[in-house]
Design a protein around this ligand. Sequence first.
Ligand code: ADP
Ligand code: MG
Length: 250
Amino acid sequence: MADEVLLSATRLTRRFGGLAAVNDVSVDLWRGRIHAVIGPNGAGKSTLTNLLSGDLPPSSGTIRLGDDDITGRSPEAIARAGLGRSYQKTNIFLPFTVWENVRLAAQSRAQHPMRWLRRATSFADTNERAERALDLAGLTARREAIAGAISHGEQRQLEIAMTLATAPRVLLLDEPLAGMGTAEAERMVQLLLRLKGSHAILLVEHDMDAVFALADRLTVMVNGQVIASGTPAAVRADAGVQAAYLGEER
Ligand code: ADP
Ligand code: MG
């Protein structure tokens, strides 16, 4: 499985009234690579994620997923085409078990138009996809736990398991380490490293240690615009980035 561009966004702009929350941003996501997007609050990182997932239509620009132009398609159609995302706010059903949550997420992918013809196969497929997602996310031992009773870090792992259960090729992760302690964050970093071999990943994250541990490519956004993009080493050395962003952190 050679590395290849799985998602390509070209010159995306999204306006809210007079504000260009995302302004002429292009990004390619490669299988086997983590592309981190950093920037201060309000830079447009979540808006960019929402454009790529179809949760928001762009004002202009195009998005290709594999060979398909997915610009303007619904989030459901984009998910079916192979894009999975986690949200900054959680989507977990707290009264249900870990397994039930992952199983439901896997089922959402199985809403095939011919499903009445494929019930038996689709049931086995769905269970298998859910099992694999649980295992990949490192939650097999917690499958019978009630989602509302597991730790914050495990809930974020569960979110990722639910995203994986839809069998995506491209993953968009908006601040997966938010609110985590050191040990939880380290576990999530290891999980993301495991996932990157078989996925193209866009990672929006504030934790700079994690970003520099994980990112193969790094894009810095400020006020909707890309001010630098390249290898983490090149971006770290960029004087404009240090002045605008990294400088205030270190
Ligand atoms: P980040 O995720 O980098 O913190 P956001 O993408 O959430 O930034 O926001 C970028 C800018 O767009 C902010 O100024 C924010 O207030 C604005 N914005 C985001 N979503 C909306 C919306 N639905 N309507 C109006 N303005 C929005
Ligand atoms: Mg955000």
